[in-house]
Write a new protein. Structure first.
Length: 183
């Protein structure tokens, strides 16, 4: 066994990637304080063909040194929009018909493995601040709330780690279940 070289990975160039059909999923960043976490969202969004990122509040926006360092170029391939508040972003998404799905530990959350996304409508996945989680205002606007089950002593995962887990799970449910759908 050997590791593949970069030229063997057959990744698209930027123009080809931008022309590739994306999943109708928008990531919403609710006041993410770390530029490195924001960069990680870009990199994961690029990997799983997420259509765009809505960045809100205090979250850093490109061009930003920490975002660029962590995204390693995905800040150029993934579309993004800035909103001054998460509620403004959610109103925009609701008007476009998106399901509003928060990722949070809540009294009425659905465990991630039990969540069944509707393949016929867009999904907005909202991720909250590293310390405070989702803001109270956005909790009242959710159509669904999903939670990653955890079994250790810590009460949460890093927000960008959570994003990777949730995005992969949704990608798998939408794209990798028989009959295998192409994107």
């Amino acid at each position: 066994m050997r590791k593949l070289k970069l030229d063997e990975l057959d990744r698209p160039d930027l123009t080809t990637y931008q022309d590739t059909q994306k999943l109708d999923i928008v990531l919403v960043l609710d006041n993410i304080r770390s530029g490195m976490n924001v960069g990680s969202f870009f990199r994961t969004a690029d990997a799983f063909l997420i259509s765009s990122i809505y960045i809100t509040g205090i979250s850093a926006t490109p061009p930003h040194k920490e975002i660029h360092k962590t995204a390693i170029g995905a800040d150029q391939s993934v579309k993004w929009t800035y909103f001054s508040s998460v509620t403004e972003a959610v109103h925009d998404l609701k008007a476009k018909g998106y399901q509003i799905v928060g990722v949070e530990q809540a009294d009425q959350s659905t465990l991630l493995q039990e969540f069944k996304p509707d393949p016929g409508s867009g999904i907005a996945l909202i991720f909250g601040n590293e310390v405070e989680g989702l803001s109270d205002e956005v909790m009242e606007m959710l159509d669904h709330c999903i939670e990653i089950p955890q079994y250790g002593t810590k009460h949460s995962l890093n927000v960008s780690v959570s994003a990777g887990i949730v995005i992969w799970s949704i990608f798998e449910k939408l794209c990798l279940k028989p009959p295998y759908k192409s994107i």
